[in-house]
Write a protein that binds this ligand. Structure first.
Ligand code: FMN
Length: 387
């Protein structure tokens, strides 16, 4: 099991939908989150891309020196730059970080935003472009430093004599992860990526997506790994966790929800449509309505785009829900919680020790070599949790 945390490069706060209790996301704060994730044994952090985010490559580069083992899952959007440049950036980052790069291929699902970035392609054409982009990227970064130059003539992207002189540390290339819920996305995952990611849908829906991507990959003679992106609200008791969930959206008013949902409805992202459907486009507001599967809460998606669901519960329950997704074939988990610094600690301290021994031994950090905790009466270290 690989557990990632998230860098909130489009803002962080105690409450959604308000500036009350919000904090500045500046370099010292991002260094604190990345440093905490590194220290706690998270495998890496996801850094998103988009109009509403600070630039992910600049953010990731600024954090190499502040971390030791932490990996960076950096979102890359085809169409914003040429695949040759993206390959060079990836190789340089991988070299400077000692092999700590993963790439998240992001096609994009908001036509208006993409046009602002100079991408005038509809959904189908964007996926054609993504497929060409990652094919060229993989060829350049994997082989061109050994075999010489690479030529490709596609419908959207072409290169002639492309070459990368400085190879990445990771072979054959830094892992490529990818999310998207349309048929075109599933095809691209089956054909070209290492891991397919889904936002946190109920387990039964996730199982269907895994089966579909697996079947498409099998037809290509390939295998794909699977990951999920979820928020998490974990507390000592179930009651406290649900209170925290309600508190998180306590400042959100109806007008803000309506505005957010109207913006999501304009997008052509199938993944976003599925997220909005979980709370019926904002119509469901109460706790009973928003708990769309046991301990899976759709409240975040009332105002946040993209990942809109959270696992809510006490530590034992949340750990059990994680194992449930793991049993479906999910091996990669990307979590977050508000505020991201405190919740990185809370989640690791409460939940990591409760994951199965197999999952715990695969965690990236040395965090399992305790015992930790303040010595009792100058005599004994507090007893170790063993299961
Ligand atoms: N879209 C973005 O614009 N920026 C992101 O950083 C981003 N990160 C994503 C992370 C995960 C885990 C997933 C599942 C999706 C993410 N997306 C992001 C959206 C997808 O990349 C994709 O563009 C979108 O879902 C539209 O594709 P679809 O219609 O196939 O669902």
């Amino acid at each position: 099991m690989q557990i990632f945390w998230f860098l909130p490069t489009h803002g962080d706060s105690r409450y959604l939908g308000t500036s009350e209790g919000a904090r500045a996301v500046d370099l010292p704060y991002l260094q604190q989150i990345a440093g905490a994730a590194d220290h706690l044994g998270y495998e890496g952090v996801l850094i998103p891309t988009g109009r509403s985010c600070e630039d992910p490559w600049v953010i990731a580069s600024s954090l190499i020196g502040a971390t030791k083992k932490l990996k960076f899952l950096v979102a890359v959007r085809p169409g914003l730059h040429q695949p040759s440049l993206a390959a060079r950036m990836a190789a340089t980052f991988d070299r400077l970080s000692g092999g700590r790069l993963l790439v998240n291929l992001v096609t994009g699902g908001d036509q208006a935003e993409l046009e602002g970035d100079g991408v005038y392609l509809d959904h189908a054409a964007r996926y054609e472009q993504s497929a060409e982009f990652i094919r060229i990227w993989r060829e350049i970064i994997t082989r061109s430093h050994e075999t010489g130059t690479f030529d490709f003539e596609g419908k959207h992207l072409s290169v002639k004599g492309a070459r990368l002189l400085f190879p990445p540390v990771q072979k054959p290339h830094p892992p490529v992860w990818f999310g998207g819920s349309s048929a075109a996305a599933h095809d691209l995952a089956a054909e070209q990526v290492d891991a397919y990611l889904t936002w946190g849908e109920p387990p039964a829906e996730v199982a269907k997506k895994i089966a579909d991507v697996r079947a498409r990959a099998e037809r290509q003679g390939r295998t794909v790994e699977f990951g999920i992106r979820l928020h998490v609200i974990v507390r000592e008791t179930e009651d406290a966790a649900w209170k925290a969930a309600e508190e998180l959206i306590s400042r959100v008013d109806d007008e803000t929800v309506a505005r957010a949902q109207a913006a999501f409805a304009r997008m052509d992202s199938e993944g976003q449509r599925r997220m909005a459907a979980l709370h019926a486009g904002g119509a469901k507001r109460g706790r009973a309505d928003l708990e769309i599967a046991p301990n899976l809460w759709a409240g975040v998606g009332l105002v946040r785009g993209g990942a809109g669901t959270a696992l809510v519960g006490d530590a034992k329950t949340v750990a059990a829900r994680i194992e449930e997704y793991a049993a479906l074939g999910i091996g990669k988990f990307i979590f977050s919680g508000y505020p991201h610094l405190e919740e990185a600690y809370r989640f690791a301290e409460l939940v990591f020790p409760l994951l199965s021994r197999k999952a715990r031994t695969q965690l990236a950090g040395g965090s399992l070599s305790g015992p930790f905790g303040e010595v009792v009466a100058n005599l004994d270290a507090p007893s170790r949790l063993v299961s």
